[in-house]
Structures are given as structure tokens and as C-alpha cells.
Design a protein around this ligand. Structure first.
Ligand code: GDP
Ligand code: MG
Length: 168
């Protein structure tokens, strides 16, 4: 069994984009092999970094419903994310630098802190210098250092992966 890393966060923060970047981009030494036949609710992907093999599980779109933050957590959906988190060795919590700290981010942060597994805070959509600076705002989630990344441009993912493999 390979170490498993769960990718969690609100809808539309870029979890799936980042996952593709972490698993498919040769520039970062990562190779993707999709694992077939797992549940339709969580997708598992192989990844490789600094000589370490691991799996990423994308809980995308499932953690919470339609993406409207006014809508409360759906029980079943939260359970899916919790299953992924419970079987995971570590988590990547993805937030959106263009939105800033959202209420739902705080709720997720609280849930993750309770689980007590190592978590890396990926501040996505840091496509330029200004956004990089904005990433500091996410210190207030109380999950340690925010890692500015851009899933689209592939910025910052090397630093994120370097840190991640220390935990798995
Ligand atoms: P998910 O719901 O968290 O899995 O988010 P997706 O990966 O589906 O991305 C949601 C939207 O954010 C899409 O329109 C992406 O193109 C966009 N997006 C993802 N990563 C980035 C990024 O690094 N920069 C910018 N500007 N947009 C991004
Ligand atoms: Mg997704």
C-alpha cells in the first residue's frame, strides 16, 4: 500500500487542476497512472516525487455541494471527504487566493485540525507576484505555512511536493 494524500477544499478552488499538475507534468518529475475501478466518489491517482511513490485522492466537488457557501454541509458528501481523509497519510488543503479566506475554508480547517494528520496548505491561483503576497493571508487558518501555487501555470508545486514527501 502506497502512502495516500487526500486533496480537499471548497469547490472551484482548483483541486482537480492541481492534482493533474502534480501527477501529469513531467517537468515536475511526476507520472500519472490512474487506478481504475475505485468508487465513483473519490478518484485515486498515482504520483512520484524525489523517488517516493504515493497516491493522491481527489475529493473534488464532493466535499461540499454546489459551491454556494450559504448551503450547509451535506452529510453524505462530508462523509466521503472524511473517508478519504481517514485513510490518508497526509492532506493537501487547497484554497483560492483570488477569493481569500472563506467561511467554508475555516470550517474545513477546523475539521482537518481535529483529525490531526499532517496538512499542507496550498494557496492556488497564485498566477503572479501580487497573488504570491496575498497568500500570506492564509496563515490565519492556523494550519502553518501557506504554499502559494498555480495549478494552471505549475508555479510552486515543486516546493509543495518537497514538503509533502517529508510527511509521507
Ligand atoms: P475544483 O472544483 O476544486 O476541482 O476546481 P477545478 O480544478 O475544477 O478548477 C476550478 C476553476 O479554477 C477552473 O476554471 C480552473 O481553470 C480554475 N483554476 C484552477 N487552477 C487555477 C490557477 O492556478 N489559476 C487560475 N487563474 N485559475 C485556476
Ligand atoms: Mg474537481
Amino acid at each position: 500500500n502506497l502512502p495516500l494524500v487526500a486533496i480537499v477544499g471548497r469547490p472551484n478552488v482548483g483541486k482537480s487542476t492541481l492534482l493533474n499538475r502534480l501527477t501529469r507534468d513531467f517537468r515536475f518529475g511526476a507520472i500519472a497512472v490512474d487506478v481504475p475501478g475505485i468508487t465513483r466518489d473519490r478518484t485515486y491517482h498515482r504520483a512520484f516525487w524525489n523517488g517516493i511513490d504515493f497516491e493522491l485522492v481527489d475529493t473534488g466537488g464532493l466535499v461540499f455541494d454546489e459551491g454556494r457557501e450559504q448551503v450547509p454541509f451535506l452529510k453524505e458528501i462530508r462523509e466521503q471527504a472524511l473517508i478519504a481523509l481517514n485513510e490518508a497519510t497526509a492532506a493537501i488543503f487547497v484554497v483560492d487566493s483570488t477569493v481569500g479566506v472563506a467561511d467554508l475554508d475555516r470550517q474545513i480547517a477546523k475539521m482537518i485540525r481535529r483529525l490531526g494528520l499532517p496538512v499542507l496548505l496550498a494557496v492556488n491561483k497564485c498566477d503572479d507576484e501580487q497573488r504570491y503576497l496575498d497568500a500570506n493571508e492564509f496563515w490565519k487558518l492556523g494550519l502553518g505555512e501557506p504554499f502559494p501555487v498555480s495549478g494552471i501555470h505549475g508555479i510552486g508545486t515543486g516546493d509543495l511536493l518537497d514538503k509533502l514527501v517529508e510527511y509521507i
